[in-house]
Design a protein around this ligand. Structure first.
Ligand SMILES: [Zn+2]
Length: 297
């Protein structure tokens, strides 16, 4: 079992604490040098680590290069020093000595700490980008001290960062598990039913509805497994298991490429990425299926 608990998954704060301490933009000390989390599209700009093994964050007064699509913002401290993040425009060149390394959840080049730091950066920058114009009056909201919120000086409306709750569920029927595949995923890779919580819905109600919509199946015995912050761009995933309670598989091809029942005799070719709660759930709740899939390679 690679992770003792879901809280230890990439993108959750436990991965980077206590080296990382979260703070708010108003607490920055702009003259103090610090670490930089600079994104350009899906890449993180990093330096080769001094010992030559892996990467580390650039350090200095910055900012690094430009121009910026989202200007630098202080988000806390990393290893006791200020940590600031910014997003370059897609066309921006890399600053000298820095490498642009993919920082998506499939990245195998960054360690979990850098991947999780890039995740926080992605969420903060997404929110900063989406909150720069007041949707009610077109004014320019300003930071509310002590938070990442913003208040519009024209109409006084306040806005606070938004995370979008979603569920993901592994369904069991006897010795079989239902796995699903979305268009564009790596060849042979399967995941599981997932979707966003809607108005007036509990997590469990969302599981029942999403499973019915995507697969035509009914489920029961819904059990919470754990959760993961998922900064692509700003979801919080609640993971569950459920038991098949009826219905035949009818795949919603507007959402899924395919879905099928898998077992140790017929395991999936490729398991979900190790950074994902989908993988945590199959590791934890279907270890025999994982063993069969890994043995197949
Ligand atoms: Zn306004």
């Amino acid at each position: 079992m690679p992770y003792p608990d879901a809280v230890n998954l990439a993108f959750n704060r436990a991965v980077i604490e206590p080296d990382f301490a979260f703070s708010t933009p108003d607490r920055d000390r702009p003259d103090e040098p610090g670490y930089w989390l600079v994104l350009r599209e899906n890449d993180l700009l990093v330096r080769q680590a001094p010992d030559g093994d892996g990467f580390c964050l650039p350090y200095g007064r910055g900012p690094l290069g430009g121009p910026y699509a989202v200007t630098p913002v202080f988000i806390g401290t990393w290893l006791g020093r200020p940590l600031r993040t910014a997003r370059l425009v897609p066309e921006a060149g890399s600053a000298p000595g820095l490498a642009a390394v993919p920082a998506g959840y499939r990245s195998t080049l960054l360690d979990e700490k850098l991947l999780s730091l890039a995740g926080i950066a992605r969420q903060v920058l997404h929110w900063r980008d989406r909150s720069r114009i007041c949707p009610a009056c077109g004014g320019a909201p300003r930071e509310i001290a002590g938070s990442f919120g913003a208040r519009c000086p024209t109409c006084a409306r306040e806005y606070y960062p938004r995370l979008h709750p979603a569920v993901i569920v592994l369904i069991r029927r006897g010795e079989e598990y239902l796995l699903t595949r979305k268009p564009g995923w790596p060849a042979g890779q399967y995941g599981m039913v997932a979707g966003f919580v809607e108005f007036a819905e509990s997590f469990e109600e969302c599981v029942v509805r999403e499973v019915a919509e995507e697969t035509g199946l009914a489920v029961t015995d819904i059990r919470y497994v754990g959760s993961q912050n998922w900064p692509f761009p700003s979801q919080i995933m609640a993971g569950f298991t459920a038991r098949w309670a009826g219905g035949e598989l009818v795949v919603d091809t507007t959402e899924l490429e395919s879905a099928a029942w898998f077992s140790v005799k017929n395991p999936p070719l490729v398991l979900p990425p190790p950074t994902s709660i989908a993988r945590f759930i199959v590791d934890r709740c279907a270890p025999e299926l994982v063993a069969a899939a890994l043995a197949r390679k």
